[in-house]
Design a protein. Structure first.
Length: 301
């Protein structure tokens, strides 16, 4: 008697190296937020962010495994290769951020005043959070585009860099709203406009790639992306010059951190964070422009 269910299941989704990495992601993610929710505990915005990262990544990973195991992804209006590659990179960045933040704010050597049991749960959660990052980084390594390989755009170095650029921009926005005093000068507002414009366009590029709608555009998507990346390099170069001048030059700002500035509520600290990540994103866009000359865009994978 012929089986009716076997052909519909894709066992490679859980037995291949990428499938095993995703099973480990699911296991480590579930273990991490379970330890925190059960006894480790969390509080404030930092703890809430970490719990969101672990639960969000767990839910999407389960969704991906289920779709690939049952071939359900073929029914979705998504470019599946682009979607999984983009999520893996995003999850890698989010998980390493949570793996740094949680132990930094919640783990301590002594037992007082939280108690030894709570401390041990928090240490265990931090360990599994680190393993979760390794699992997602492994998937990125396994699925990245190889030299000469025709693959989904988001699996290429340029596509992966788009995710990192958007993530770095989110860090910049977080520092901007943390009393950075960006409204003090028009030149600083120009920098905010640069960060916002590049972030929006980068997200649009990722969205079109993930949804597989690039072929429906009336203009050549791949050429437009390269032109935009070149423009983003020029825009970030202007911000990389203007922001430090109007924040740290003695004529407009302060070259040194004010002595009376409260920790965590100091505009100078936020301005420094923005300056650092401005240069980080400038470097990422330059690398993106260099790699974008050597890739082929495929929208239907």
């Amino acid at each position: 008697m012929e089986s009716t269910g076997g052909p519909y299941l894709n066992t490679a989704a859980v037995t291949s190296p990428v499938g095993i990495a995703r099973l480990l992601q699911m296991t480590f993610g579930c273990t991490t937020f379970s330890l925190v929710a059960h006894q480790g505990g969390f509080s404030a915005a930092y703890g809430t962010f970490c719990m969101f990262v672990w639960t969000f990544c767990f839910a999407i990973t389960v969704f991906i495994i289920a779709c690939e195991f049952t071939h359900l992804h073929s029914c979705l209006s998504l470019s599946w290769g682009n979607f999984t590659a983009a999520f893996a990179m995003l999850a890698t960045l989010m998980s390493i951020t949570a793996a740094v933040i949680y132990p930094l704010y919640f783990v301590q050597v002594g037992c007082y005043p939280i108690g030894c049991e709570v401390r041990d749960f928090r240490i265990a959660a931090s360990v599994f959070a680190g393993l979760l990052f390794v699992a997602y980084a492994t998937e990125v390594f396994l699925t990245r585009a190889k030299p000469g390989q025709v693959t989904s755009y988001m699996a290429t170095i340029s596509g992966l860099l788009k995710i990192v650029q958007a993530f770095v921009a989110c860090i910049i926005f977080g520092a901007l709203v943390n009393d950075s005093q960006y409204g003090k000068y028009v030149a600083m507002q120009w920098c905010v406009a640069v960060y916002s414009f590049c972030f929006v366009v980068t997200v649009v590029v990722v969205a079109f790639s993930v949804t597989g709608k690039t072929a429906l555009l009336w203009f050549p998507f791949e050429r437009s992306v390269v032109i935009y990346t070149f423009g983003a390099v020029l825009l970030y170069m202007s911000a990389a010059v203007i922001w430090p001048v109007f924040c740290f030059d003695s004529k407009y700002g302060s070259p040194r951190r004010p002595g009376l500035c409260a920790k965590g509520k100091c505009p100078w600290d936020s301005q420094l964070v923005i300056a650092i990540f401005t240069y980080v994103n400038l470097l990422l866009y330059v690398l993106d422009l260099a790699y974008s000359q050597r890739i082929r865009f495929v929208s239907h994978l």
